[in-house]
Design a protein around this ligand. Structure first.
Ligand SMILES: Nc1ncnc2c1ncn2[C@@H]1O[C@H](COP(=O)(O)OP(=O)(O)O)[C@@H](O)[C@H]1O
Ligand SMILES: [Mg+2]
Length: 352
């Protein structure tokens, strides 16, 4: 009953429109992540779902009920913010139970529901502690516990891990995902971090300047980005982009490097195009084009090579342990069936 439907929603502050008509259908139980650069409108959209911002136009429904005019407390959602906003003078148990007390739940009911949430989150040993005696990760868990006890139709998260250090972020990512697998509560989660989006989401919504660029599963976005923006945003190190034109079944990049294409694109011959190739899709090839090495980064599992290729800097990720030095040349070629082609004018992806 926790489906969330967002239909042609717009938001203006004064006469500045910051969301230009976004539509997303989120299924009951789905974990959807809104991702995009800072300022693209993620928090604004989430706050409109929560009822903390008015909707300028369009429709939002939760569990089949239009909520545009409903107060936040009547929407059956629970929100977790980046700043956990725990009450410092209350224990973990009191923090987690507070919203239930406000709803006049019985003491016994509050105790039971807090205990169940604490068990899910591994917080039982800390129930009597005050927030100042908890680590950042434990505080974040309490903030989630407060949301869980209410058993809402949907959880809304706004950058909940931004205040944590890198190691804890990875651990909490996994915890939030496991909790979702247990609870199966519809979740809308905002982050600017594409790795967070890729590792946690059932589906990702990529936003940019107040519009949706693409909606898809993590691997759909990675394998078939709809345009140059998504191609560049998803993946790390990022996709390499080479400008050039198509001629005779080849892509001709700057400096005259020709890359054979798996498909003939007769309608695009002579047009300005961008070829995208992910770092792991270069291979060492004695018949390939020359790449002049700038740096070699051994990560252990693979070797990352930054090199000058077709007059531009590219990154290649190789399974081989390459011991070449800066200034030396290697020969590489892109794997044909992993090549992406984008229209040079619109930035839209064309079929391979
Ligand atoms: N209360 C406000 N008044 C005016 N402009 C705002 C307000 N809140 C957000 N904005 C603007 O709306 C845009 C989207 O902001 P926001 O949703 O916070 O982005 P994100 O969460 O993706 O970083 C930004 O350009 C921001 O400056
Ligand atoms: Mg934000």
């Amino acid at each position: 009953m926790g489906a969330v439907s967002i239909s042609d929603v717009r938001k203006s502050y004064g006469n500045v429109e910051v969301l230009h008509g976004v539509s997303i259908d989120i299924e009951d139980g789905e974990f959807v992540i809104l991702v995009g650069p800072s300022g693209c409108g993620k928090s604004t959209l989430l706050r409109m779902i929560a009822g903390l911002e008015d909707v300028t136009s369009g429709k939002i429904s939760i569990g089949g009920r239009v909520v545009n005019e409903l107060a936040p407390k009547d929407r059956d959602i629970a929100m977790v913010f980046q700043s956990y906003a725990l009450y410092p003078h209350m224990t973990v148990e009191q923090n987690m139970g507070f919203s239930l007390m406000l709803q006049r739940a019985s003491k016994e009911d509050v105790r039971k529901r807090v205990a169940a949430a604490a068990a899910i989150l591994g917080l039982q040993p800390y129930l009597a502690r005050y927030p100042r005696h908890l680590s950042g990760g434990q505080r974040q868990r309490v903030a989630m516990g407060r949301a869980i006890v209410r058993n809402p139709a949907a959880f809304l998260f706004d950058e909940p891990l931004s205040n944590l250090d890198a190691k804890l972020r990875v651990q909490m990512r996994s915890e939030i995902k496991q909790n979702h697998q247990r609870l199966k509560t519809t979740t809308v989660y905002v982050t600017h971090d594409q790795i967070e989006a890729m590792t946690m989401a059932d589906r990702i919504v990529v936003m940019h300047d107040g519009v949706i660029e693409q909606i898809g599963t993590p691997l759909e976005l990675y394998d078939s980005p709809a345009n140059l923006f998504v191609a560049g945003f998803i993946g790390s190190p990022g996709m390499n982009m080479l400008d050039g034109t198509i001629a005779d079944g080849n892509f001709v990049a700057a400096g005259g490097v020709t890359i054979p294409l798996p498909t003939h694109h007769s309608t695009y011959i002579g047009k300005r195009m961008t070829l995208g190739i992910r770092p792991e899709h270069f291979r060492l090839d004695v018949n390939g084009a020359v790449a002049e090495i700038i740096t070699v980064e051994p990560t252990g599992s693979e070797t990352h090579i930054v090199a000058r290729f077709a007059n531009q800097e590219i990154v290649g990720a190789f399974r081989e342990r390459i011991t070449a030095s800066p200034g030396e040349e290697i020969r590489i070629s892109p794997e044909g069936d992993a090549i992406h082609l984008f229209d040079g004018e619109t930035g839209k992806r064309i079929a391979r």
